[in-house]
Design a protein around this ligand. Sequence first.
Ligand code: ACO
Ligand code: KIV
Length: 507
Amino acid sequence: MRKLYVFDTTLRDGEQSLGITLNVKEKLEISHQLVRLGVDIIEAGFPASSPGDMESVKTIAKEVKGVIICGLTRAAVQDIDLCAEALHNAEYPRIHTGIGVSPVHMEKKLKLTPDQVVEQAVAAVKYAKKYVSDVEFYAEDAFRSSPTFLARVIENVISAGATVVNIPDTVGYANPWEYGELINYVINNVKNIDRAIVSVHCHNDLGMATANSLAGIKAGASQLEGTINGIGERAGNTSLEEVIMSIYTRRDGYGVESKINTREISATSRLVSRITGVTVPDHKAIVGANAFNHASGIHQDGVLKDRKTYEIIQPETIGVPQNIISLTARSGRHALQHCLMELGYTIEGAQLDDVYQRFLQLADQKKEVFDQDLYVLMGDSGGIESSIVLQSMSIATNGVEMATATVILEIAGKTITDAACGNGPVNALFNTIDRITGNTAILEDYTLKSVTRSSEALGEATVKLRNNDGRLVVGKGFSTDIIEASAKAYINALDKRNLHTELVTES
Ligand SMILES: CC(=O)SCCNC(=O)CCNC(=O)[C@H](O)C(C)(C)COP(=O)(O)OP(=O)(O)OC[C@H]1O[C@@H](n2cnc3c(N)ncnc32)[C@H](O)[C@@H]1OP(=O)(O)O
Ligand SMILES: CC(C)C(=O)C(=O)O
């Protein structure tokens, strides 16, 4: 197996993302985690860019050991001098210097001829070599350069002492097969290429950074550059975790191995997200919140029978404790039974069918049904048979002062409709129910709370009614609609009151 060196540029190219500026302490914290992750090279910053970045690179060079610490420069002596100064205390220092090699970069940006670019590239590498033995050269915008000119530049910088040659797709323009061909071309057409490590550095403008990096590695590149969570300028850089896990999952396909400890991937991703403030999208490959979450019945049933049906990576491999079965309106009985079993309920057959039907009613109103919802669902099913059924209700409000409720109840098989006003929706609702049921008990207390998380949480309403004989009955109702929960709680209290009356009458 060929060794694949992993070059992390979260702190340099990742930090070029709009909205991210990391201070010394933050960069240091990420660096220590990158060491735990097992990267080979940390590109700590661009020392010439600001005093703050100079300080960061200096501190990382001094405090982070056992890994190559790299700083970026232009092909310019002033940048290289500052970078060398910043890396002074590094155990393994690397200067990463380079220059644009595509026609548009040379003509429009640098205003240099191709010959001048070669000359400046060689001069920069030689100058950096005075400070450190490990010099990486980047041929900026290599993909849009002509392969023959690129080969000429690379050949010259290797002769000047470059130990690593970086072939970036700076603007994310390549297709995977083309990028693979370019790496193959460099490897087969540059004299003395075996004196240097060939590196891939891709951007995600067309969403192909991972594919392009993999194509470059397959074609023979031995260094992978990228960032955690794929952060970076514009659409970002190659997500290191995606390439690492592609190689891990399809080991036979690439013929390389890295020293990355995949179990640190999740922790690293979370740390970078927390510190940079850049949220990882839920559907992001490998590190997204949904990456190991099964949400539909057929998948859940498959995974419960054998994880391999729908899982190509075990979550433990990247440091996520376990996969997740999320209950939704698309879940089936197997998933519901499994989640209830995890909570200690063993149900099957008709009882499972019954709970499942009620579960679906709830799930249709919510994006996700949580454990707390299940407790409520199970608690509800053990309750008393209701003699009063809420068939429908509607509330009309007029400002904050006035509301009218129209309620349809079924009592002992008879449907009764009525309406009443109140000083708010709940008051109007309770007044209407009183009119229909002839209730005379006094409402002593009414509370409402959320019993599950998320914005569409289940509301729990509690109603306390004081009977004429002084007895107190407590009713509870649950619903994602708090007015409905209130009606259910009121009816539940009336039901209990009636039941008690019957018991008393019987005795
Ligand atoms: C593809 C990449 O990610 S490259 C890295 C991008 N990172 C950064 O830009 C880091 C942050 N940058 C900075 O702090 C500043 O831009 C600095 C300190 C580097 C330079 O600032 P300034 O001196 O004010 O120059 P400015 O950024 O406006 O322009 C860049 C200059 O460098 C030149 N230049 C650009 N790249 C290179 C290079 N690789 N080698 C030599 N010269 C270069 C440009 O042609 C331009 O030169 P000019 O002034 O003669 O026209
Ligand atoms: C500076 C180089 C390596 C770069 O970031 C790019 O070309 O994208």
